[in-house]
Write a protein that binds this ligand. Structure first.
Ligand SMILES: [Zn+2]
Length: 309
């Protein structure tokens, strides 16, 4: 199974267009030890030829330009794409707006939770992925589904499961309990290769590693996990945004309640942070925080990183 990180950044990317934080200034200036990052997406393929995208970011066009394996091949028809399916894990801007890049009457399938597909249906701009070409399939929870599109079976299954999280910011209802969020607003995915049974987890947004999630990922061979924040209060402390990680639906890496501590007990063979916010000190390759994460066995995801499982 081939996996490629198309975008390892969180919403806004790195640098973020309007951000003047120390990290964004450094990466903008080309300082050593800082790599630019586009917004959150993975690509996966069993045969190296037909691919599924896991989330479709606003940077998708740039990501595809940098990924020869995702371009039409010389032997293909005059209009063609190896992308046969897109799975979305929530309705966040950084995860769905790339669908608008996939217009132009190309057949593929969009998979997502019923609530997220409902949001896409209500926003008519997503009709640029015309129903005549683009199927939309609701993912049932906790039930592996074969991934297919454009009459191609990808040889992969996807199992969607709810994780602690938050409804997309632009869908929040300030007056409703939990801002109007409900189960299915934030999904984790388990992707398995049908032929070999090999599998990995992709969980780019997660507020908490509860007992259910811990049991599910214990002993996994590979997990891509929410690396938005190092510290719960870092957005506030840096004067960027008056919100904690919990309010944004993202767990912190550090501390007793953080992801590094939680994973320490879970015997996961390979752990890679993705969806890393520009405020996170691990983006500085010379930082103490970076060394601490690596010492705990974590890799810091980068755009273009490829993993063969
Ligand atoms: Zn910044």
């Amino acid at each position: 199974m081939h996996i490629k990180i198309l975008g390892s950044g969180a919403g806004g990317g790195f640098p973020q267009w309007n951000c003047n934080c120390a990290n964004c200034r450094a990466v903008r200036a080309g300082a050593p030890g800082f790599k630019p990052r586009t917004q959150s997406s993975l690509a996966v393929s069993a045969n190296g030829r037909d691919w599924a995208l896991l989330n479709a970011s606003p940077d998708l066009r740039q990501q595809l330009t940098q990924s020869p394996q995702l371009a039409p091949r010389e032997s293909d028809a005059v209009r063609a794409s190896p992308i046969k399916a897109v799975v979305v894990t929530n309705g966040d801007v950084d995860h769905v707006t790339g669908l608008l890049t996939l217009r132009e009457a190309q057949a593929f399938t969009i998979y997502g939770a019923g609530r997220v597909l409902g949001v896409l249906a209500q926003n008519r701009i997503f009709n640029v992925c015309a129903p005549a070409y683009v199927a939309r399939r609701e993912l049932p929870l906790n039930t592996p589904q074969p991934l297919a599109g454009a009459e191609v079976d990808l040889g992969l299954t996807v199992e969607a499961f709810p994780v602690p999280g938050k409804i997309a910011l632009w869908l929040e209802d300030a007056l409703a309990e939990n801002y109007g969020g409900a189960e299915g607003d934030t999904l984790g995915l388990k992707i398995a290769e049908t032929g070999t049974g090999k599998s990995f987890f992709y969980i780019p947004g997660c507020a908490k590693i509860d007992d259910d999630l811990a049991a599910r990922i214990r002993g996994a061979s590979l997990v891509f996990f929410d690396g938005t924040l190092w510290h719960e209060n870092e957005m506030i402390d840096q004067g960027l945004l008056g919100k904690t990680g919990a309010r944004m639906g993202h767990i912190n890496m550090s501390g007793e309640d953080g992801s590094i501590a939680a994973f320490a007990k879970l015997d996961v063979a390979r752990k890679i942070f993705v969806h890393i916010n520009n405020s996170n000190p691990v983006l500085n390759e010379a930082s103490i925080e970076r060394r601490e994460a690596q010492a705990a066995g974590w890799e810091i995801g980068e755009d273009g990183m490829e993993v063969v499982l």
